[in-house]
Design a protein around this ligand. Structure first.
Ligand code: HEC
Ligand code: HEC
Length: 247
């Protein structure tokens, strides 16, 4: 554990020294998790509230299992972002879980949603996809797994609100091309590939324009699947399958 922390400091803070001057200059006397993770918040915003431009995602308050799986995904090559992979690829599973729990436990307010600039018809299509899906294309409602309020389901399913439109577009696009992968079976890859470019842009535009409800945290239990809904399996979220098997 101690070794892992030192490694994080050494590889993380030192190799990023030029870009992350502020983090390196920070005082070292306080040996808390927040202090050790200053190298992360230099990109992910203060306390992991998200960077300023929609490119660096928020970490604060996201479900711990979800964050943990993403750290594994970067470390093990299912997601790609060189500067981040370089920081996490020497860390143990246990330490990555500690990092995930630290950010998951932060309850911080969200900024107001960006005003919707997309045409009303596109936004309406986005809302239909999010709440009802598109049976003809085999696209399930996003609420079926991400929760009726779309704030996610603990511990493994992230919320879809409070994410910038560009980030949502990029993630769904990355699943379509295989650039982003989750643990198999990768339900999100299957869902994203059933959507065309117009649908991705519709659902991203609508989601990004919704206010984040208060409380903003993930709900504790999976919603029951709608009657007749297709059963899904998601490698990173066993509760999805369990909900589908409820009598
Ligand atoms: C140099 C900037 C940078 C640094 C430093 C950095 N990250 Fe990231 N991180 C990113 C970017 C950019 C993404 C989104 C990549 C993508 O689009 O898939 C990301 C994504 C993530 C995600 C996935 C979030 C989600 O909602 O799916 C997690 C978790 C994460 N980072 C944790 C960390 C932790 C923990 C650290 C410190 C050990 C860290 N990051 C350091 C830039 C950075
Ligand atoms: C069958 C369950 C299921 C359904 C239905 C579903 N998702 Fe997901 N989604 C997941 C899981 C599980 C994850 C976490 C994947 C991982 O561990 O990387 C996820 C993650 C995501 C992410 C990544 C969030 C982030 O912070 O990077 C986005 C974006 C997303 N889903 C969008 C959607 C949209 C849009 C819909 C509706 C069209 C949808 N999902 C429907 C299970 C589902």
């Amino acid at each position: 554990m101690i070794l892992a922390m030192r490694t994080l400091r050494a590889t993380g803070l030192m190799t990023l020294a030029t870009v992350l001057g502020a983090a390196v200059a920070a005082p070292r006397f306080e040996d808390s998790m927040a202090q050790r993770l200053l190298a992360c918040t230099a990109c992910h915003g203060e306390q992991g509230r998200a960077g300023p431009d929609g490119y660096y995602p928020r970490l604060a308050g996201k479900p711990a299992g979800y964050l943990y799986h993403q750290l594994l995904n970067f470390r093990d090559g299912r997601r790609h972002y060189g500067l981040m992979t370089g920081m996490v690829d020497t860390l143990s599973d246990a330490y990555l879980m500690d990092i995930a729990r630290h950010f998951a436990a932060l309850e911080l307010p969200y900024p107001p949603a960006a005003p919707a600039t997309a045409p009303p018809a596109l936004l309406r299509r986005g809302e239909v996809l999010a709440r009802q899906g598109d049976a003809a294309r085999g696209v399930p409602a996003c609420t079926q797994c991400h929760g009726a309020r779309l704030t996610g389901v603990a511990p493994d399913i992230p919320g879809l609100l409070g994410l910038p439109r560009d980030y949502l577009n990029a993630q769904l696009g990355a699943w379509q091309t295989g650039e982003r992968r989750a643990h198999a079976p990768d339900c999100m890859a299957q869902i994203a590939r059933r959507m065309d470019a117009a649908d991705v842009s519709a659902v991203a535009a609508w989601l990004a324009a919704q206010p984040v409800p208060v409380p903003s945290g993930p709900t504790a239990t999976m919603p029951a699947p709608p009657p007749g809904a297709t059963r899904w399996r998601c490698g990173s979220a066993p509760a999805v399958q369990a909900a589908g098997e409820r009598p």
